[in-house]
Design a protein around this ligand. Sequence first.
Ligand SMILES: NC(=O)c1ccc[n+]([C@@H]2O[C@H](COP(=O)([O-])OP(=O)(O)OC[C@H]3O[C@@H](n4cnc5c(N)ncnc54)[C@H](OP(=O)(O)O)[C@@H]3O)[C@@H](O)[C@H]2O)c1
Length: 233
Amino acid sequence: MHDRIAVVGGAGRLGTRITRRLMEQGYRVRVVSREPHRGRLPLGVELHRGDVRYADTLASALRGCAGVVFTVEPGTANSGPDSPETTMYDGVRNVLAAATGEGESPHMVLISQIFVTRREHPMNAYGQLLDWRLRGEDAVRACGLPYTVIRPSWLTDDTFAGARVRLEQGDRGDGWVSRDAVAEAAVNALVTTEARGMTFELYNEPGEAPVDWAPLFRRLTHDRVPSWTDHSG
Ligand SMILES: NC(=O)c1ccc[n+]([C@@H]2O[C@H](COP(=O)([O-])OP(=O)(O)OC[C@H]3O[C@@H](n4cnc5c(N)ncnc54)[C@H](OP(=O)(O)O)[C@@H]3O)[C@@H](O)[C@H]2O)c1
C-alpha cells in the first residue's frame, strides 16, 4: 500500500479527478472539503472537514501525509472571507503550516493558473486574484518542502484542444488544458523526483497524451527561490 496523500479541494471538478487517479495507483487519499460528502468520489476515500481560511480546521486533516495537493477555487471579493487573499495566500500558508506541524515534509503540489505574473490582466480586478495567487506560489517556493507549482491554462472538461501536453515557463502564453491532463500532471509531479522545485504552465495541443512525464519535467528549469521568505504575519 502506498502513502497517504491529502487533496485539499479534492471534491471539486479537478480535485475529484486527482483523487481518482491517485486511488487507481494505490494511494490512500484524504479529501479535505468544507462540506465533506462522498458525492462523485470513489469508495474508500477518506473525508475530512477543513477550510483553508481557518488554520485550526486543518491540523488533523493534513497530519501524516506524504503529499498534499492544493486545488482550491479562490473567492473573488475585494476583502473579507471570500477574497482571494484569504484562500490563495492565507489558505496556502495555513496548509503549509498544518502539513509540516509534526516535522513532516510532504511534497506540496499547488494548482495555480496562467497570468499570475501579468498584473494588468482583467482577472486581477477581482480582489487582486492574480497578485494573491502569486504570493501563495511564492510562499510554496520558499517553504523548504519539495514542491511543484502547476499553472493550468483555461480548464476544459473535454479534450477539444488535444491530448498532447506542452509545459512552458515564463507565463507568456494563453490556451486550454483539460482537467484530466492537469490531474495527470499533478499525480506525476507527486511521484516523479524530476518535478521537484519547478513552476510551469500547462497547455494541451493536438497529439497523443504522454506516457512518461519524466522527460517533460527534465526539460524544465528549476525555480530560483526568492531570497526572502514570506511566512510572516
Ligand atoms: N477555470 C479555469 O479555467 C481555471 C484555469 C486555471 C486554474 N484554475 C484553478 O484550478 C483549480 C481547480 O479548479 P476547478 O474548476 O476544479 O474548481 P472547483 O470545481 O470549483 O473546485 C474547487 C474546490 O475548492 C474548494 N474550496 C473552495 N474554497 C475552499 C476553502 N476555503 N477551503 C477548502 N476548500 C475550498 C471547494 O471544495 P468544497 O466546496 O468541497 O469545500 C471546491 O470543490 C482552482 O484553483 C482554479 O482556480 C481554473
